[in-house]
Design a protein around this ligand. Structure first.
Ligand SMILES: Cc1cc2nc3c(=O)[nH]c(=O)nc-3n(C[C@H](O)[C@H](O)[C@H](O)COP(=O)(O)OP(=O)(O)OC[C@H]3O[C@@H](n4cnc5c(N)ncnc54)[C@H](O)[C@@H]3O)c2cc1C
Length: 371
């Protein structure tokens, strides 16, 4: 049986391990954390990632749900910039990260072996196979999938000259609130700050916020920080913050990877997920892209010609991921503008764009009702 090592058991690594097993590979997963799991936050799963999950055999994440209640883009005083409910837009499935992760790992069969508490320090390869080093231990396999995240050691080993992570200029806060709301969700853009929220499929609300800030500043109390920055914004933002256990609020500086991205494949080693294409979260697509990587890689690696399969994986996934890294970075740049005039122009243009999209959506609905 062909053997693979997956480095990292986040959403990307877990999905890759599942996909490889289903394609006939024996898989060893090496994860540095002491146990498997994910952070306490929500995640958007867009239709293409729902399809990738289904391809991997995870069918519990159902197709996108309709927005419930008013939703769209607002100003900090609550005034609408764009009301999305009028647009009939498709919404992603919003799910707790730990739930999504568990849905994937629960599917592992007997050909997936998991080793937690193992920190990979290097990788090498020759025509006969690949070796992964973790302290005193050496693991050998036919193939290595590096899903070890933004600061991937495997990527650094393969591409020591690559500049790697790039700080976006803003930090992000996340939380989950157990509150009753009639509001559907959406984003509120202010000057150098944004707040967004959405209903999870379990009924709770996931919220996230961003603020311009130099990298690596110590935030002693993220909940107090976010309350100070957003507590006076429109409802239901104060209600969401009040309904969130203060100690559960997460804060992370936002990075993406320098463009152009490095090749996703070097010999017998494939990069996947954030290790290959970490992007800012403005499109809510980073993990979705990792799931699509995993489904694509597993599909190609059903073939006995692994070299051709890996080349096809790189050719398919790198251009798609590059577009998302770039688009996501652009949205973040516009969203984090903090000059008063620039923000007024931005909001005006978005409002006009939203009205045009509303007219198009209404025409489409009328057209559909006539056919
Ligand atoms: C604020 C925020 C909001 C986001 N929202 C969304 C969203 O709504 N939708 C979406 O699709 N994406 C979202 N993303 C992006 C998403 O979180 C990531 O793209 C995704 O989690 C990447 O998964 P991954 O498995 O590739 O990497 P990671 O989740 O980083 O997992 C890497 C794993 O590798 C392990 N590891 C690292 N180094 C080693 C080593 N040397 N040896 C062994 N193990 C190692 C780590 O412990 C970890 O378990 C968001 C990101 C942020 C920051």
């Amino acid at each position: 049986m062909r053997t693979a090592i997956v480095v990292g058991a986040g959403i990307g690594g877990a999905a890759a391990a599942l996909g490889l097993e289903r394609s006939g590979w024996q898989v060893t997963v090496l994860e540095r954390a002491p146990e498997l799991g994910e952070v306490g936050a929500g995640i958007s799963v867009w239709p293409s990632a729902v399809a990738a999950l289904a391809e991997l055999g995870v069918t519990e994440v159902q197709q996108a749900v309709a927005l419930v209640g008013p939703a769209g883009m607002r100003r900090p005083d609550g005034g609408w910039v764009v009301e999305a409910t009028a647009l009939g837009m498709e919404a992603p499935v919003m799910i707790h990260r730990a739930r999504l992760h568990a849905l994937i790992t629960e599917r592992f069969g007997p050909e997936v072996a998991i080793r937690t508490g193992v920190t990979v320090t290097g990788v090498s390869q020759n025509p006969a196979g690949a070796e992964v080093v973790a302290g005193d231990e050496v693991f050998r396999a036919d193939l290595v999938v590096a899903a070890d995240g933004l600061r991937s050691v495997v990527r650094q080993t393969l591409h020591p000259q690559y500049a790697g992570p790039r700080y976006s200029g803003y930090t992000a806060y996340r939380g989950i609130a157990d509150v009753e709301l009639t509001d559907g969700g959406g984003e509120t853009w202010g000057r150098g700050r944004r707040f967004g929220f959405a209903r999870l499929i379990d009924g709770r609300f996931y919220w996230y916020a961003t603020a311009n800030r130099p990298a690596a500043q110590v935030v002693a109390d993220p909940h107090a920080d976010v309350l100070e920055a957003f507590g006076s914004w429109h409802e239901p933002i104060p209600a969401l913050l009040a309904g969130t256990p203060p100690e559960s609020v997460l804060q992370n500086d936002i990075y993406d990877l320098t463009l152009p991205l490095v090749p996703f494949v070097s010999g017998r080693v494939a990069l996947l997920g954030d290790a290959a294409h970490a992007m800012t979260p403005n499109l809510g697509r980073g993990a979705c892209t990792a799931l699509e990587d995993a489904a694509t890689l597993a599909r190609h690696l059903k073939s006995p010609d692994w070299a051709a399969a890996l080349a096809a994986y790189d050719a398919e996934r790198r251009p798609a991921a590059t577009k998302l890294v770039r688009a996501s970075r652009g949205i973040g740049w516009v969203g984090q503008l903090d000059h008063q005039v620039a923000c007024a122009v931005r909001d005006g243009m978005l409002a006009v764009g939203g009205k045009l999209a509303g007219v198009t959506a209404r025409r489409r609905r009328v057209g559909q009702s006539r056919t």
